[in-house]
Design a protein. Structure first.
Length: 107
């Protein structure tokens, strides 16, 4: 394939162009593209980078604790259903203890 002007643009839009095809979408930054990514991205990036989320690897219980801590100590609005379950499902499936989607270093 011919190298063209698009490549520098792709580089600028994503942290790790090599993994875009493997589940990342520049629109959702470092987050793995799967059901729930949109709810998770918009809820959590209101305050901080999605990378702080993506670098975690927690069990479902620990994610629930983490979200409680966001609400109790960090000023996050409680997340209403059905989004709450969607987000906890998304986080525990894609950012579980085996860290299947640990982000590549930003450079
Ligand atoms: C109202 C603002 C706010 C929202 C919304 C928010 N957070 Fe946070 N979050 C914070 C702050 C502030 C910190 C930094 C706390 C610290 O390190 O003292 C933080 C830190 C974190 C950390 C890092 C914890 C650690 O041990 O370093 C994780 C993981 C996290 N948030 C997950 C989430 C997730 C997942 C969501 C969305 C469901 C979310 N946050 C939404 C404010 C928020």
């Amino acid at each position: 394939m011919k190298i063209n002007i698009l490549w520098p643009i792709l580089f600028a839009m994503t942290f790790t162009p090599a993994v875009v095809g493997a589940g990342e979408d520049p629109e959702f930054g470092a987050l793995f593209i799967a059901p729930g990514v949109e709810e998770t991205f918009y809820t959590c990036t209101a305050c901080h980078s999605e990378r702080i989320v993506a670098q975690q690897g927690l069990s479902r219980d620990k994610w629930v604790d983490m979200l409680d801590w966001m609400v109790e100590e960090q000023g996050m609005q409680e997340i209403e259903e059905p989004d709450y379950t969607v987000i906890v499902d998304y986080l525990s499936e894609h950012y579980g203890v085996d860290r299947p989607n640990f982000p590549a270093p930003m450079n």
